[in-house]
Design a protein around this ligand. Structure first.
Ligand code: KMH
Ligand code: ZN
Length: 287
């Protein structure tokens, strides 16, 4: 097992709001400060959904996104992963147009249509009911654009069936090996964290693939700890989890990065630098 662990910080996502945690970034400078602090605390990658600075709504507006991406690139060498989920109801074109424009190191590739709800796991109540559309034809189109632009896809899998979708596309030579997977636990509509499910995920991907784990809400740090033990990579951040412990709000994604970096060190693994992450995850070289 590698003694290095690649930590990704997912700064915003599409759903979390300042009303829930005031440290969710909306403005360009807030994104840049968060990214720099995440880098300083051990993150090698930032995963970004841009926000409209006034409303806080998710957007892939090229001017807004350009300010964030270029601002981060000027301040630190952290690698950049841009979301192609973007936000609820965003049309297909606006989910992908920023990828050829900014050629990030990584882009998320969501691999199956699914329920993507917000639920109260204690009562079972569905708070927000949403179908996340990722028809295979669209996944294929997005993957092709990533391939043409030399951008590595991070295959987002929320259930084992999504791994099988990825394998179908890989047979068509649209996804190059070694592939990279993000195993997402805890979305209402996807799989919840259990050690045996993580083992099943790891056993279902082609040998030589790399993988990362993230968990939504209370699944977050438990899934991360399991990934450290199993030799995988980690993702934390206010996109996935608003808290640092129990019901204590995180001061920023960077505080969660510091926590999992310590967890990794405790188990004799160290956070990878961006250069090491590029090598470990087989990312294309950049100027
Ligand atoms: N919000 C996460 C559970 C993406 O941006 O493409 C999954 C995610 C997907 O980060
Ligand atoms: Zn995301």
């Amino acid at each position: 097992m590698s003694d290095k662990v690649v930590i990704t910080a997912a700064l915003t996502g599409a759903a979390t709001r300042k009303e829930q945690n005031p440290n969710v970034p909306y403005k360009k400078d807030e994104f840049i400060e968060e990214a720099v602090k995440c880098y300083e605390n051990g993150a090698a990658i930032v995963h970004i959904h841009a926000r409209d600075p006034e409303t806080g709504m998710p957007t892939s507006n090229l001017e807004i996104m350009g300010g964030i991406v270029n601002g981060i690139r000027e301040r630190c060498p952290i690698l950049i992963n841009l979301s192609t989920a973007v936000g609820v109801g965003v049309p297909e074109k606006e989910r992908i147009h920023h990828i050829p424009e900014f050629k990030p190191d990584f882009a998320s590739l969501n691999t199956g249509t699914m329920n993507f709800a917000l639920a109260d796991h204690k009562t079972g109540e569905i708070i927000f009911d949403f179908v996340f559309e990722n028809k295979l034809d669209m996944v294929k189109k997005f993957a092709k654009i990533m391939l043409e632009n030399n951008v590595k896809p991070e295959c987002e899998v929320y259930d084992i069936g999504h791994v099988h979708n990825v394998l179908l596309l890989q047979k068509q030579k649209i996804l190059e090996e070694p592939m990279h997977f993000n195993f997402v636990f805890g979305v209402a509509g996807g799989i919840r964290f259990r050690m045996d499910y993580l083992v099943a995920f790891v056993n279902s991907i082609p040998a030589g693939s790399t993988w990362c784990v993230c968990g939504v809400g209370p699944n977050s740090f438990q899934a991360n700890m399991a990934a450290i033990v199993m030799g995988g990579n980690l993702r934390v951040g206010l996109e996935d989890n608003l808290y640092i412990s129990g019901k204590e709000l995180a001061k920023g994604s960077w505080e969660q990065v510091a926590k999992v970096a310590d967890m990794a060190r405790m188990l004799d693994r160290k956070p990878a630098t961006p250069d090491e992450a590029r090598e470990i995850l087989n990312l294309p070289k950049r100027d």
